[in-house]
Structure formats: structure tokens, C-alpha cells
Design a protein around this ligand. Structure first.
Ligand SMILES: O=P(O)(O)O[C@H]1O[C@H](CO)[C@@H](O)[C@H]1O
Ligand SMILES: [Mn+2]
Ligand SMILES: [Mn+2]
Length: 398
């Protein structure tokens, strides 16, 4: 029986969102943002030479139609990592989001068939960013006299700025971004990792009531001048407000495997087994599932490091390296798919590393389907990805 692998390259947008002018990095609208396109251009211009060199080489994504998808998304010139516009080997298209958020849960829920039915709550770009009553509640729950931060920030910048004050005072560092998030950074040793996770879990229901999408634990280690975040991040997200692709698959008696952040993003809804780790580890898990996932199953994977390590950090060379690594690894897995399997490669939003600010960018995303030769998918909606997967598995999509 056919299997499906749905793989989200977190933040690998391809430009062209028709409503980009309504989304911002600071005061600057996202109009013209194009994560992959601008990385390709920087590479071709010799401006992404750290740890790699020359034009972006992503031959496996190219053979599935990446450049064509970008041309379709933007209505513009082909671009292309290797300049090739050869006939794609799989079905390909570009998808547009309707949910009113350019964040990870919005993108993933809609890809799983459930556009977000509400407006998220965002915190203002001001100091303090949080209502006094909320800050007091967080401090009281933490058992501290107050909180640090209370502003929009980049997570790496704020631990370097406030890490030492945090270690000395014991107060948690609370910050937000253009996403609907409440993030708490704390030192794994001086504050305690478990204490941080417990704090996030305890305050999450109140923030979810406010329609803040996620409370995120951001543990870090190190000493003044050398603080660094660890892999122990945890997201406490609002539960999806209705059934999603994974429920449809389970309801048909099939098995659902999740790889990476998918468990957090969907609060484990509709998931039988979860595999976690950094992206290299996740690629190993995905390979094991290409070998061993049972017939008729869905595997839903997220590779987050494009976004977290490079997009938010506006690191063009790093993003290009990650794309080239991912392309080489995913190419091996595509070649190992069984007869009747499909692998859908897509993304949840953009995060253009050449753009201003440090936040996501509103973009269309690629939809490249290995194992499904056929006509171009054209310009579709995010939720059509769920329908495509459900249809392939032969499960009802409602
Ligand atoms: O700057 P860091 O802490 O990585 O935060 C980023 O990660 C958050 C969640 O993905 C985004 O909302 C953005 O703020
Ligand atoms: Mn994301
Ligand atoms: Mn992000």
C-alpha cells in the first residue's frame, strides 16, 4: 500500500505572496521577500562564500522543479540554482497561505488542512511589550521578583545582552517577535532546565487564552560573553481547533509518524510516534522511516534549522550550506522510496536572510512531489497539500 512522506523545509519560501505588503519586519513590508531566490542570487554573485562557494547547488530539488515553482510563485524570471529548467521529474507547484499569520503553526496547520480560524494575538513593538499583569503572573509563577526583557528581540542577541543579569538576579528573560509567541530564556544550570520547562507549561494556558500561539522555552548555557542556546527548546502551542490530516489518516486505521517539531506544533494530535533531534539526526530518522514505515502510513517531518540557525540569524552562507546539505541527503532518500510512495517537499513560510529585521517573511512556498509524475499542480493553496496527501493514501479528507 502506498505511503506518504510530507517534509517541511522550515522557512524555505520562494517569494510572491500576494498579501506580502500586509506583513512586516519592523516598519518594512515583506513585499519582494524571496528566501530561496535571494539566497540563489547571493550565491551566484559570490556573496555567500563562508564554508561553501559559488552558485547554489541543489540538483535534487531542481530535478523536482524548484526553479519552475519559484517562477510560478513570483511570476518572474526563472532564476535557478544551476540555471537548469529541465523537465521536472515529479509533480510541482507553488502554494499560497490564507491564514493571517506567517508563523510555523499557521503554516503547518494549513498544510495539514486546517487554516487558522482566528487572529493571533501579537505583542506591540514597545517596551514594555507585555501587559503588567501578565509579567507579574509570569514572575509570580517563576517565584521571582520580576522578569527581564519584556520586548521584541532576537533570541541570541537577548541572551548575550541580558544573560549575565539573568544569572545574577534569577529573573527569567521574556521576549517576543513578529510571531504570536511568548518566549522565556533561562540558564539551564543556574535557573534549571526542568524549572524553565515547568514555568512555560504553567503559564501557557493563560497565554493560549489570549490567543498567543506558543510559549517557547529557550534554555541556554555558558558564561558571560559566551552564552549559547541548547537543543532543549520546547514549544507549548495551542492545540489545533479541529481535525487535521493526521487525524484523517488515523481514522482510516493508518499509522502516523512525526519527525522533529511536528509533535510540538500539533500538540501531538493525530501522532502515533515521534522522533526528535537536530536536523542531521532527523535526517537519519527520516531515512529509517523510508526503510521501515508501515504500508499506508504518513510520515510528517519538519527540518527547522534553515529557520532557527540561519533565517532568523540573517546568515546567507549558512542558509546556503544547509540547503546544499539537505539537498544531497534528501536526494538519497528520494532514490530509496518504494513503488507507490510519494515524498512532498514544501515549506511553512519564508525567512529571507537578506531581508531587514530578524523575523519571518510572508511568501509562497514550493510543493515538489517525488514519486508522483504528472501535470504541474499550478498555484494551489496550503490546504491542497493535505488533500493531495490524503488522496494519495486513499483516506477521507474531512
Ligand atoms: O530569535 P529567536 O529566539 O530564534 O526566535 C525566533 O523563533 C521563534 C519561534 O520560531 C520566532 O518567533 C522567532 O522569534
Ligand atoms: Mn517555521
Ligand atoms: Mn522561525
Amino acid at each position: 500500500m502506498a505511503r506518504a512522506f510530507l517534509v517541511v523545509m522550515d522557512s524555505v519560501g520562494i517569494g510572491g505572496a500576494p498579501d506580502a505588503d500586509q506583513f512586516f519586519n519592523g516598519d518594512v513590508p515583506d513585499t519582494g521577500a524571496n528566501t530561496l531566490g535571494h539566497i540563489m542570487a547571493a550565491c551566484a554573485a559570490g556573496q555567500a562564500e563562508e564554508g561553501r562557494s559559488g552558485p547554489l547547488m541543489i540538483p535534487n530539488l531542481e530535478r523536482l522543479g524548484m526553479s519552475r515553482a519559484m517562477k510560478l510563485a513570483t511570476g518572474g524570471a526563472a532564476g535557478g540554482a544551476n540555471g537548469s529548467m529541465t523537465e521536472p521529474q515529479g509533480a510541482w507547484g507553488a502554494a499560497t497561505e490564507v491564514s493571517r499569520g506567517k508563523d510555523t503553526p499557521s503554516g503547518h496547520w494549513e498544510l495539514a488542512g486546517l487554516p487558522v480560524p482566528w487572529d493571533w494575538h501579537y505583542f506591540p513593538v514597545a517596551r514594555p511589550a507585555f501587559p503588567a499583569e501578565l509579567s507579574a503572573f509570569v514572575a509570580e509563577t517563576a517565584g521571582t521578583e520580576g522578569i527581564l526583557g519584556d520586548c521584541h528581540a532576537s533570541g541570541t542577541a537577548i541572551i548575550s545582552e541580558l544573560g549575565q543579569r539573568h544569572v545574577q538576579s534569577g529573573w527569567p528573560i521574556c521576549y517576543t517577535s513578529a510571531d504570536s509567541v511568548f518566549q522565556i530564556a533561562a540558564h539551564e544550570e543556574s535557573f534549571g532546565l526542568q524549572r524553565l520547562l515547568d514555568l512555560c507549561e504553567a503559564v501557557a494556558p493563560k497565554l493560549h487564552e489570549m490567543k498567543v500561539g506558543r510559549v517557547i522555552a529557550r534554555p541556554f548555557v555558558g558564561v558571560e560573553g559566551d552564552f549559547s542556546r541548547t537543543a532543549n527548546r520546547r514549544d507549548f502551542a495551542i492545540t489545533p481547533p479541529g481535525p487535521v490530516l493526521m487525524n484523517w489518516v488515523q481514522d482510516a486505521g493508518r499509522r502516523v509518524y512525526a519527525v522533529g517539531k511536528i509533535g510540538d506544533i500539533f500538540s501531538m494530535q493525530g501522532i502515533d510516534a515521534l522522533h526528535k533531534g537536530d536536523d542531521a539526526t532527523l535526517m537519519g530518522h527520516l531515512g529509517d522511516l523510508v526503510e521501515g514505515a508501515v504500508d499506508g502510513s504518513l510520515t510528517f517531518a519538519n527540518f527547522v534549522e534553515f529557520d532557527s540557525l540561519f533565517g532568523h540569524r540573517r546568515d546567507v552562507s549558512g542558509y546556503a550550506r544547509q540547503l546544499e546539505w539537505f539537498d544531497a541527503e534528501i536526494g538519497k532518500l528520494i532514490d530509496r522510496l518504494g513503488a507507490g510512495d510519494i515524498m512532498v517537499l514544501t515549506a511553512d513560510h519564508g525567512n529571507d536572510p537578506t531581508w531587514v529585521g530578524t523575523d519571518h517573511t510572508r511568501e509562497r512556498v514550493p510543493v515538489l512531489v517525488a514519486g508522483m509524475p504528472g501535470p504541474a499542480l499550478g498555484l494551489i493553496g496550503f490546504r491542497d497539500v493535505a488533500a493531495l496527501v490524503a488522496d494519495h493514501l486513499g483516506v477521507a479528507s474531512d
